[in-house]
Design a protein around this ligand. Structure first.
Ligand SMILES: C[S@@+](CC[C@H](N)C(=O)[O-])C[C@H]1O[C@@H](n2cnc3c(N)ncnc32)[C@H](O)[C@@H]1O
Ligand code: SF4
Length: 380
């Protein structure tokens, strides 16, 4: 079966660290993005060598961060040229760049488009200034709205992110905000409930009682309302937090959740390369300076580890059960040479944790809350 193949490029720098964020992002006074693009090109070459001669065409590329919109158009173009040296690009390849909506970054949108980017995912986060201030964002609401409008005029495909279930947010507040967001008519929205992550400044503030999150009942109602408002405007939840018009799903994100192979380069990036001997996990050095020094000295920072088919089967199920489409049972079993217990599946369906649609099995919203337990029961 021919599958998609994607390339993830991690750009680790941000202008400021947001208090909720535990991504591998670092604030640095300066960086030389031409040198960084060269180093990324070197790590790409190393992945191509790991993959061997049978390299599948690239169906998607994702510049994620950190804040990739701190890169110049030139640096983005240099990375895309490096990819084209080692892989054939599928003619309809999706090339996404995560952009922050600060006005300075908007000035680069035309350059990204000229370099080949055809999709942007903008970190809007909220549509009003007090909420943006609480989230520690450097942009205001008007700036963010202008970014969405500008991006919609430049790029064929646009998505943006919002964080909801914020302290004090009511159902009525969220309904107004989400309807305004839907009014921009983008084909895709990523809508995340605010989570408190370890090691973030929000973790400390939350522990000290500086703010409270909506209690579970309200959070569940906000989640249900999100789905309802999106569906009313033609966007369905193809994944827990990702909503798209049919056909406008992020192909790159789908690739992770369908457990298709991908290369991951740049600080802290993960990859899953498919070789004749099975899946190979790759992991890049996390700290930017150490990553750069290792790539300069050795050509790559990637550590690798073979993944046995039982572990791969487990990982695949964990990812796929986030998707509304779930898995095709026969495809899944033949890919990994496993057989899932029909008795357990029937039990999960009876208990309302899973459901089926023809040959496909998927987790219900209730089941998604218990994914780890369910998967252990199914795959061991
Ligand atoms: C890699 S991050 C951000 C991309 C870009 N740097 C930005 O901030 O606009 C991807 C998204 O994850 C979401 N996110 C990050 N931490 C979160 C948290 N603790 N709770 C909810 N959403 C979070 C945000 O919506 C963010 O835009
Ligand atoms: S949310 Fe985005 S801008 Fe903020 S620290 Fe994380 S990666 Fe950087």
């Amino acid at each position: 079966m021919s599958r998609a193949f994607g390339i993830y490029v991690h750009w680790p720098f941000c202008a400021a660290k947001c208090p909720y964020c535990d991504f591998n992002s670092h604030v640095r006074e300066r960086f030389d993005d031409a040198q960084w693009a060269k180093a990324i090109a070197r790590e790409l070459e190393a992945v191509a060598l790991l993959q061997g001669v049978a390299r599948p065409p690239v169906s998607s590329i994702f510049f994620g961060g950190g804040t990739p919109s701190l890169m110049s158009g030139h640096a983005v173009g240099a990375v895309l040229d490096a990819i084209a040296k080692h892989w054939v690009m599928a003619p309809d390849a999706e090339i996404t760049l995560e952009a922050n909506p600060n006005s300075v970054e908007q000035t680069r949108f035309h350059d990204y488009r000229a370099a080949g980017v055809n999709r942007v995912s903008i970190g809007v986060q909220a549509l009003n200034d007090p909420a943006l201030k609480f989230l520690g964002r450097l942009h205001g609401a008007e700036e963010a709205k202008a970014a969405v409008k500008l991006a919609s005029a430049i790029f064929p495909r646009v998505s943006f992110d919002l964080i909801y279930a914020r302290p004090g947010q009511t159902l009525a507040d969220w309904s107004v905000e989400l309807n305004e967001a839907l009014g921009y008519g983008t084909e895709h929205l990523s809508l995340y409930q605010l989570t408190i992550e370890k090691g973030t400044s929000f973790e400390t503030q939350y522990r000290l009682g500086k703010f409270a999150l909506p209690e579970d009942g309200l959070a569940a109602d906000l989640f249900a309302l999100t789905d309802e408002l999106c569906v009313a405007r033609g966007l369905y939840a193809y994944e827990v937090s990702n909503h798209a018009r049919p056909g406008a799903e992020s192909r790159h994100n789908l690739l992770y959740w369908r457990y298709a192979p991908y290369a991951g380069v740049g600080p802290g990036a993960h990859g899953r390369i498919e070789r004749e001997t099975g899946m190979l996990a790759t992991l890049a050095e996390r700290l930017p300076e150490r990553w750069f020094a290792r790539v300069e000295a050795e050509g790559t920072s990637l550590e690798t580890e073979e993944i046995g088919s039982e572990d791969a089967a487990r990982e695949h199920l964990l990812m796929a059960m986030r998707l509304s489409e779930g898995i095709d049972l026969a495809d899944y079993e033949s890919r990994w040479g496993v057989r899932l217990s029909r008795v357990k599946i029937a039990q999960m369906i009876d208990e309302g944790f899973a459901d089926r649609n023809g040959a496909r099995i998927f987790a219900t919203p209730r089941g998604r809350l218990l994914l780890n337990t369910l998967i252990t029961e199914l795959v061991g």
